[in-house]
Design a protein around this ligand. Structure first.
Ligand SMILES: [Cu+2]
Length: 170
C-alpha cells in the first residue's frame, strides 16, 4: 500500500499547485479542494453584480460530477450565508425557496442557471463588474464522504440574463 500513499502525496502536491494556479488566474474552473481530484467540473461560473445597499445576489454555473454526488451547501467570504435555491411557479407567481441538497448524477451536466441557483445572502460588500467572488461548494459523494470545491467566479453586469431569455429573480 506504500505505492498508493506515495501516489496520493503526489496527487496532493499537484492539486495544491493547480489550486494556486487557479486562484492566480481567476479561472472559473477550479480543482476540488477535497480528497477526490477532478470529482467536480465547474464551468461558466459567474455572480450577478449588485447595486449599492443590495444584500443578496445570485451565482450561476454548470456542474458536472464524475460520480454520483450531491451539492449540500456552499459558503463565500462575501456573504453571511449561501443557499441552494430553486425557482418555482406558484399560483402564477415566480417564487424561490431553499433546497437542502441538489443531486449531481454521474457524468451529467447540472445547470444552476435559473431553476436552480446559488443564493448569496447578507452581502458584506457591493459586487462590482470586474471583481471576482470565491465560493466554496460542499459535496457529499455516494460513499458519504465530504468534498469542498473552491471556485472563483467573475462578477457580471446586473442585466446579464441567467439563462436564455428567462425572467430573472429580483
Ligand atoms: Cu434565490
Amino acid at each position: 500500500m506504500t505505492g498508493l500513499f506515495a501516489q496520493h502525496a503526489t496527487i496532493a502536491r499537484v492539486l495544491a499547485l493547480f489550486i494556486a494556479l487557479c486562484v492566480f488566474s481567476g479561472s472559473a474552473i477550479c480543482a476540488p479542494a477535497g480528497a477526490a481530484p477532478g470529482l467536480l467540473r465547474v464551468s461558466d461560473a459567474w455572480v450577478r453584480a449588485t447595486v449599492e445597499g443590495q444584500t443578496g445576489s445570485g451565482a450561476f454555473m454548470q456542474l458536472r460530477s464524475r460520480e454520483d454526488a450531491r451539492l449540500v451547501g456552499a459558503s463565500s467570504p462575501v456573504a453571511e450565508k449561501v443557499e441552494i435555491h430553486e425557482m418555482r411557479l406558484v399560483n402564477d407567481l415566480m417564487t424561490m425557496r431553499r433546497v437542502e441538497s441538489l443531486p449531481l448524477p454521474a457524468d451529467t451536466t447540472v445547470a444552476l442557471d435559473h431553476g436552480y441557483h446559488i443564493m448569496l445572502i447578507g452581502l458584506k460588500r457591493q459586487l462590482l463588474v470586474g471583481q471576482s467572488v470565491t465560493i466554496t461548494l460542499q459535496l457529499l459523494d455516494a460513499r458519504g464522504a465530504k468534498h469542498a470545491v473552491d471556485i472563483v467566479a467573475p462578477v457580471r453586469a446586473l442585466n446579464t440574463p441567467s439563462v436564455r431569455s428567462s425572467p430573472s429573480h429580483e
